[in-house]
Ligand binder design. Structure first.
Ligand code: CA
Length: 226
Protein backbone atom coordinates (compact mmCIF):
# COMPACT_ATOMS: atom_id res chain seq x y z
CA UNK A 1 0.00 0.00 0.00
CA UNK A 2 1.27 3.36 -0.97
CA UNK A 3 0.69 6.45 1.18
CA UNK A 4 1.36 10.03 0.09
CA UNK A 5 2.40 12.36 2.94
CA UNK A 6 1.84 16.03 2.06
CA UNK A 7 3.57 18.19 4.67
CA UNK A 8 5.62 21.35 4.15
CA UNK A 9 7.67 20.85 7.32
CA UNK A 10 10.24 18.61 5.63
CA UNK A 11 11.53 17.07 8.86
CA UNK A 12 8.05 16.08 10.01
CA UNK A 13 7.25 14.73 6.54
CA UNK A 14 10.34 12.52 6.65
CA UNK A 15 9.56 11.36 10.20
CA UNK A 16 6.02 10.37 9.23
CA UNK A 17 7.11 8.64 6.03
CA UNK A 18 9.77 6.66 7.92
CA UNK A 19 7.21 5.55 10.52
CA UNK A 20 4.78 4.46 7.79
CA UNK A 21 7.53 2.53 5.98
CA UNK A 22 8.41 0.77 9.25
CA UNK A 23 4.73 -0.13 9.56
CA UNK A 24 4.88 -1.85 6.15
CA UNK A 25 3.58 0.84 3.80
CA UNK A 26 5.37 2.50 0.90
CA UNK A 27 5.42 6.25 1.57
CA UNK A 28 6.17 9.28 -0.59
CA UNK A 29 6.37 12.86 0.57
CA UNK A 30 5.84 16.27 -0.96
CA UNK A 31 5.40 19.71 0.53
CA UNK A 32 3.05 21.54 -1.82
CA UNK A 33 -0.55 21.20 -2.85
CA UNK A 34 0.36 21.40 -6.54
CA UNK A 35 2.86 18.56 -6.22
CA UNK A 36 0.32 16.47 -4.31
CA UNK A 37 -2.30 16.99 -7.02
CA UNK A 38 0.25 16.05 -9.70
CA UNK A 39 1.35 12.89 -7.85
CA UNK A 40 -2.25 11.83 -7.22
CA UNK A 41 -2.91 12.25 -10.92
CA UNK A 42 0.10 10.28 -12.11
CA UNK A 43 0.85 7.72 -9.38
CA UNK A 44 -1.18 4.91 -7.86
CA UNK A 45 -1.63 6.34 -4.36
CA UNK A 46 -3.77 4.32 -1.92
CA UNK A 47 -4.16 6.83 0.92
CA UNK A 48 -3.37 10.47 1.65
CA UNK A 49 -1.99 12.03 4.84
CA UNK A 50 -2.02 15.80 4.38
CA UNK A 51 -1.22 18.87 6.41
CA UNK A 52 -4.19 21.22 6.27
CA UNK A 53 -2.32 24.43 5.44
CA UNK A 54 0.34 24.25 2.72
CA UNK A 55 2.43 27.08 1.22
CA UNK A 56 0.34 27.10 -1.95
CA UNK A 57 -3.10 26.69 -0.42
CA UNK A 58 -5.60 24.88 1.76
CA UNK A 59 -5.63 21.13 1.26
CA UNK A 60 -9.43 21.12 1.62
CA UNK A 61 -9.66 22.35 -1.97
CA UNK A 62 -7.80 19.26 -3.12
CA UNK A 63 -9.91 16.99 -0.90
CA UNK A 64 -13.17 18.44 -2.29
CA UNK A 65 -11.90 18.06 -5.84
CA UNK A 66 -10.86 14.42 -5.31
CA UNK A 67 -14.24 13.55 -3.80
CA UNK A 68 -15.96 15.44 -6.62
CA UNK A 69 -14.13 13.18 -9.07
CA UNK A 70 -15.39 10.16 -7.15
CA UNK A 71 -11.99 9.23 -5.73
CA UNK A 72 -12.52 7.42 -2.47
CA UNK A 73 -8.99 6.92 -1.19
CA UNK A 74 -8.72 7.33 2.62
CA UNK A 75 -7.66 10.87 3.61
CA UNK A 76 -6.26 11.87 7.01
CA UNK A 77 -5.78 15.59 7.65
CA UNK A 78 -3.16 17.07 9.97
CA UNK A 79 -3.65 20.48 11.43
CA UNK A 80 -2.27 22.88 13.97
CA UNK A 81 -5.75 24.29 14.58
CA UNK A 82 -8.20 22.53 16.80
CA UNK A 83 -11.65 24.00 16.52
CA UNK A 84 -15.02 22.43 15.90
CA UNK A 85 -15.35 24.52 12.73
CA UNK A 86 -12.05 23.15 11.37
CA UNK A 87 -13.01 19.58 12.08
CA UNK A 88 -16.43 19.99 10.48
CA UNK A 89 -14.94 21.74 7.43
CA UNK A 90 -12.41 18.92 6.98
CA UNK A 91 -14.97 16.17 7.29
CA UNK A 92 -17.50 17.99 5.09
CA UNK A 93 -14.89 18.37 2.36
CA UNK A 94 -14.60 14.60 2.44
CA UNK A 95 -11.63 13.86 4.69
CA UNK A 96 -12.01 10.67 6.70
CA UNK A 97 -10.15 11.64 9.83
CA UNK A 98 -8.39 14.54 11.49
CA UNK A 99 -5.30 14.64 13.70
CA UNK A 100 -4.33 17.75 15.65
CA UNK A 101 -0.67 18.70 15.97
CA UNK A 102 1.28 17.91 18.00
CA UNK A 103 0.49 14.21 17.87
CA UNK A 104 2.45 11.06 18.68
CA UNK A 105 3.73 9.34 15.53
CA UNK A 106 2.38 5.90 16.58
CA UNK A 107 -1.04 7.55 16.82
CA UNK A 108 -0.75 8.62 13.19
CA UNK A 109 0.27 5.11 12.11
CA UNK A 110 -2.66 3.64 14.07
CA UNK A 111 -5.10 6.08 12.42
CA UNK A 112 -3.78 5.27 8.93
CA UNK A 113 -4.12 1.55 9.62
CA UNK A 114 -7.68 2.08 10.85
CA UNK A 115 -8.57 4.10 7.74
CA UNK A 116 -7.29 1.58 5.23
CA UNK A 117 -9.22 -1.11 7.11
CA UNK A 118 -12.58 0.58 7.05
CA UNK A 119 -15.57 -1.47 5.95
CA UNK A 120 -16.02 -1.57 2.21
CA UNK A 121 -12.30 -1.16 1.72
CA UNK A 122 -10.47 -4.12 0.24
CA UNK A 123 -8.12 -3.83 3.17
CA UNK A 124 -10.64 -5.29 5.58
CA UNK A 125 -10.69 -8.53 3.57
CA UNK A 126 -9.02 -11.90 3.69
CA UNK A 127 -8.50 -13.25 0.16
CA UNK A 128 -7.62 -16.84 -0.64
CA UNK A 129 -5.90 -18.33 -3.67
CA UNK A 130 -5.86 -22.10 -3.32
CA UNK A 131 -4.55 -22.78 0.19
CA UNK A 132 -2.87 -19.36 0.42
CA UNK A 133 -4.71 -16.73 2.47
CA UNK A 134 -3.85 -13.04 2.68
CA UNK A 135 -5.27 -10.88 5.45
CA UNK A 136 -5.07 -7.26 4.26
CA UNK A 137 -5.81 -5.73 7.65
CA UNK A 138 -3.18 -7.76 9.49
CA UNK A 139 -0.91 -7.72 6.39
CA UNK A 140 -0.22 -11.38 6.98
CA UNK A 141 -0.07 -14.38 4.68
CA UNK A 142 -0.69 -17.99 5.60
CA UNK A 143 -0.57 -21.31 3.80
CA UNK A 144 -3.03 -23.95 5.00
CA UNK A 145 -3.55 -21.87 8.18
CA UNK A 146 0.18 -21.83 8.96
CA UNK A 147 1.62 -18.30 9.06
CA UNK A 148 4.04 -17.55 6.21
CA UNK A 149 6.81 -15.26 7.44
CA UNK A 150 7.94 -12.89 4.68
CA UNK A 151 10.42 -10.00 4.53
CA UNK A 152 8.76 -6.59 4.14
CA UNK A 153 9.26 -6.14 0.39
CA UNK A 154 8.22 -9.70 -0.47
CA UNK A 155 5.10 -9.25 1.65
CA UNK A 156 4.30 -6.05 -0.26
CA UNK A 157 4.79 -7.82 -3.62
CA UNK A 158 2.55 -10.70 -2.56
CA UNK A 159 -0.07 -8.21 -1.33
CA UNK A 160 -0.24 -6.63 -4.79
CA UNK A 161 -0.43 -9.99 -6.56
CA UNK A 162 -3.29 -11.10 -4.30
CA UNK A 163 -5.04 -7.73 -4.73
CA UNK A 164 -4.90 -8.15 -8.51
CA UNK A 165 -7.24 -11.13 -8.13
CA UNK A 166 -5.81 -13.24 -10.95
CA UNK A 167 -4.90 -10.35 -13.24
CA UNK A 168 -1.38 -9.70 -14.47
CA UNK A 169 0.53 -7.08 -12.46
CA UNK A 170 3.31 -5.24 -14.29
CA UNK A 171 6.80 -4.85 -12.87
CA UNK A 172 6.33 -1.06 -12.95
CA UNK A 173 3.15 -1.33 -10.88
CA UNK A 174 4.94 -3.51 -8.33
CA UNK A 175 7.85 -1.07 -8.11
CA UNK A 176 5.42 1.83 -7.54
CA UNK A 177 3.42 0.02 -4.87
CA UNK A 178 6.37 -1.50 -3.05
CA UNK A 179 8.91 1.31 -3.28
CA UNK A 180 6.89 4.45 -4.01
CA UNK A 181 9.13 7.02 -5.65
CA UNK A 182 12.30 5.38 -4.31
CA UNK A 183 14.36 3.89 -7.10
CA UNK A 184 15.11 0.21 -6.33
CA UNK A 185 17.81 -1.93 -7.98
CA UNK A 186 16.68 -2.76 -11.51
CA UNK A 187 16.33 -6.47 -10.73
CA UNK A 188 14.66 -5.94 -7.33
CA UNK A 189 11.22 -7.20 -8.36
CA UNK A 190 12.43 -10.34 -10.21
CA UNK A 191 14.57 -11.15 -7.16
CA UNK A 192 11.61 -10.75 -4.79
CA UNK A 193 9.46 -12.90 -7.10
CA UNK A 194 12.17 -15.58 -7.16
CA UNK A 195 12.36 -15.71 -3.35
CA UNK A 196 8.59 -15.57 -2.97
CA UNK A 197 8.16 -18.53 -5.32
CA UNK A 198 10.58 -20.57 -3.24
CA UNK A 199 8.92 -19.63 0.03
CA UNK A 200 5.46 -20.42 -1.33
CA UNK A 201 6.71 -23.73 -2.69
CA UNK A 202 8.49 -24.67 0.55
CA UNK A 203 5.34 -23.88 2.53
CA UNK A 204 3.30 -26.18 0.27
CA UNK A 205 1.25 -23.39 -1.27
CA UNK A 206 -0.95 -24.35 -4.22
CA UNK A 207 -0.86 -20.67 -5.32
CA UNK A 208 1.87 -20.14 -7.88
CA UNK A 209 3.39 -17.00 -9.38
CA UNK A 210 3.31 -17.11 -13.17
CA UNK A 211 5.67 -14.91 -15.21
CA UNK A 212 4.40 -13.39 -18.41
CA UNK A 213 7.53 -12.24 -20.15
CA UNK A 214 7.43 -8.55 -20.98
CA UNK A 215 4.05 -8.18 -19.26
CA UNK A 216 4.37 -9.00 -15.60
CA UNK A 217 3.32 -11.52 -12.98
CA UNK A 218 0.14 -13.25 -11.95
CA UNK A 219 -0.74 -15.28 -8.89
CA UNK A 220 -3.02 -18.25 -9.54
CA UNK A 221 -4.04 -21.53 -7.98
CA UNK A 222 -2.00 -24.36 -9.53
CA UNK A 223 -5.10 -26.55 -9.65
CA UNK A 224 -6.85 -23.99 -11.87
CA UNK A 225 -4.14 -23.19 -14.35
CA UNK A 226 -4.82 -20.10 -16.48
CA1 CA B 1 1.78 23.50 7.07
Amino acid sequence: MRILVVEDEARLARLLADALVKAGFAADTCGRLGDAAALLGSEAIDALVADRILPDGDVLHLVSRLRGEGQDLPILLLTARDSVEDRVAGLEAGADDYLVKPFAVPELVARVRALVRRPGSVFGRVDTIGNLAFDFAARAASVGNRPLALPRHELAVLEQLVLAGGRVVTKEMLIAKVYGLDEPESNAIPVHIHHLRHRLGDAGSTAHIHTFRGLGYMLADQEKRP
